[in-house]
Design a protein around this ligand. Structure first.
Ligand code: ARG
Length: 561
């Protein structure tokens, strides 16, 4: 419709100009609105109503406008209001209903590496690891849905100081590699990292162990292998529970073999500088508003750091996949680190053509606004958090009482993921278990319940067809149809902005309208067969859309609620 309006308006003032039609904020009056008439009236020295009337009457003579709109009129003090025709709405919905992925236009295909999850070996997974996993999984699914070639990598933190600390603890207790258990690891990490804070000497020993391990010390390597094996199994279990999966299970330790090449590359571009025995790369730019410290590439003791392994990883990804883009999802407090790494890459001939995006996430807080804790008052390991959510959900009286274990897991996942994904990625949010475990409200269970309720109508009245008739029967019915027409825009926006929250919120809006529709129209008892077929067909399209959107959020559907 922009085309037609542009033509009319340009004709009127005798030069080509752009027009913008907005979605109306008074859906009871019209679907779309144009307010450019006020500017036009100034240019034409006429009053806005007069201009509006002229524009509206020209539009009303164009056949394509007559097909699309049941009404185009000028409203006081000069707006043009557009109301879509029922026939056109249904034609668009029928296109969605009969085409793959609802006929959504796909963006240009690119190869994208997505780095998320980022669990640390030898440290228990806690609430802080939840967001990068949930958000990353959803972004990955959105990218794939939009036809991108995607490679996902968990990028484990497996070669940092925590490994040296745990090895130190194990050796202190004379535990051999084959005697290591998960329990021992979860006990040792907090203990030794605590010790390191109090005792500089112990910290130095742990750093030394870490460095020797990285340099190939055989004994430490045996410890490392065993720690990695045990810890990875535990990490996998948790990601499996969350339905989060990766193509690659690489970690920092896998990148060491690429470091010599990166060093050579940096040296040949004269980018490595000495500073107090360490090797650094300057990344500050003149236009920086805050100070940008250099990236520390190699410590004075010869050890490598987080930035080094990230550079080496990019090198490996370039070699293996030649990606157009690399996306990272991690706590937003790592912003500086990633900016440093990306800036170094932009100085390297081999890596500078890759687009980098750091998608930082905000933290999860408890109802008191402080970092989330369980009722027992601990910063919870993930398992403890899931258990608490499960208890609260099961104690709620408003839904089914009996669930199979897999169904219950899906519901717990929906609670946690929908609570998370409805918020903008980069904002903190408050996880209030009592609120998010409810079937009523903006919650995962509410969405699942709506889906299952709608699905039941379809199973009970198996009379859906490919094409809706030209009729829309009432306002609740129309509201659902109009909402579904937003799908393409929503998907494009979510894809472009890596914004799962837009999908979560849209999904919720659909569900609210579907419930209102259901409650006001008693489909099961309908005598009018045409109406019934139309409505079941509409609900069938709706459930297909809800199912796809849930999948994009990584939420699975249980068999009942
Ligand atoms: N292991 C890191 C952490 O726990 C996150 C890793 C993010 N990815 C990366 N390529 N640096 O903070």
């Amino acid at each position: 419709m922009n085309e037609e309006l542009k033509k009319v308006v340009s004709n009127l003032i005798g030069e080509e100009i752009e027009v913008l039609i907005k979605v109306s904020n008074r859906p009871d009056l019209c679907d779309y609105q144009y307010d450019g008439t006020f500017d036009l009236s100034k240019r034409l020295h006429k009053n806005p109503m007069e201009v509006g009337e002229e524009v509206a009457s020209s539009l009303n003579e164009i056949p394509s406008c007559l097909e699309k709109f049941s009404k185009i009129e000028c409203a006081k003090p000069g707006f043009i209001n557009f109301t879509l025709s029922d026939a056109y709405i249904n034609k668009m919905l029928n296109n969605m209903n009969t085409q793959e992925k609802f006929g959504v236009q796909m963006p240009k295909q690119e190869t994208i590496v997505i780095d998320y999850g980022g669990a640390n070996v030898a440290k228990p997974l806690h609430v802080g690891h939840l967001r990068p996993a949930i958000i990353g999984e959803s972004i990955k699914r959105i990218l794939k849905y939009m036809n991108q070639t995607v490679i996902s990598d968990v990028h484990l933190g497996d070669y940092g100081l925590q490994i040296g600390q745990v090895i130190y603890g194990l050796k202190e207790e004379s535990i051999k590699p084959n005697e290591i258990t998960l329990e021992k690891l979860s006990e040792l990490y907090p203990k030794i990292s605590g010790l390191c804070k109090e005792n500089k000497d112990i910290k130095e020993i742990c750093e030394e162990i870490t460095k020797d391990l990285q340099d190939g010390n055989q004994e430490y390597h045996e410890y490392f292998q065993k720690i990695l094996e045990i810890s990875k199994k535990d990490i996998k279990k948790m990601y499996d529970y969350l339905g989060v999966s990766f193509d690659l299970w690489l970690g920092e330790s896998d990148t060491y073999k690429y470091i010599p090449e990166v060093t050579k590359e940096l040296e040949s571009e004269n980018l490595l500088e000495e500073s107090e025995g360490a090797k650094i790369v300057y990344v500050a730019k003149e236009e920086d508003k805050k100070e940008f410290p250099p990236l520390i590439y190699q410590k004075s003791n010869g050890g490598y750091l987080y930035g080094t392994t990230d550079l080496a990883t990019i090198y490996q990804r370039k070699k293996d996949f030649n990606p157009d883009k690399i996306l990272y999802i991690a706590d937003k407090r790592q912003d500086m680190h990633f900016t440093q790494v990306f800036r170094v890459c932009k100085k390297l001939e081999k890596l500078k053509y890759i687009d980098f995006e750091f998608l930082g996430n905000g933290t999860i807080n408890g109802s008191d606004g402080k970092p989330f804790k369980t009722r027992a008052g601990n910063t919870p390991k993930l398992e403890a958090m899931f258990k608490e959510v499960k208890e609260i959900f099961l104690n709620d009286e408003t839904h089914e009482r009996e669930y199979t274990e897999p169904d219950l897991d899906k519901i717990i996942n929906s609670i946690i993921k929908f609570a998370d994904l409805q918020n903008s990625r980069d904002k903190e949010y408050i996880f209030d278990t009592n609120k998010f475990a409810k079937v009523i409200g903006k919650t995962g269970p509410y969405i699942l319940y709506t889906y299952l309720r709608t699905k039941k109508i379809i199973t009970n009245n198996h009379q859906y067809v490919d094409n809706l008739s030209k009729t829309i029967y009432n306002v609740h019915d129309r509201n659902v149809r109009m909402k579904l027409l937003e799908l393409e825009n929503i998907l494009h926006f979510a894809f472009k902005n890596r914004a799962s929250s837009v999908i979560a919120n849209y999904l919720y809006e659909i569900c609210v309208l579907v419930n209102a529709f259901y409650e006001n129209n008693h489909i099961n008892n309908l005598e009018d067969n045409k109406k019934k077929t139309d409505w079941v067909t509409l609900l069938n399209l709706t459930t297909k859309i809800i199912a796809d959107l849930l999948d994009l959020l990584g939420i699975e559907i249980p068999s009942k609620m």
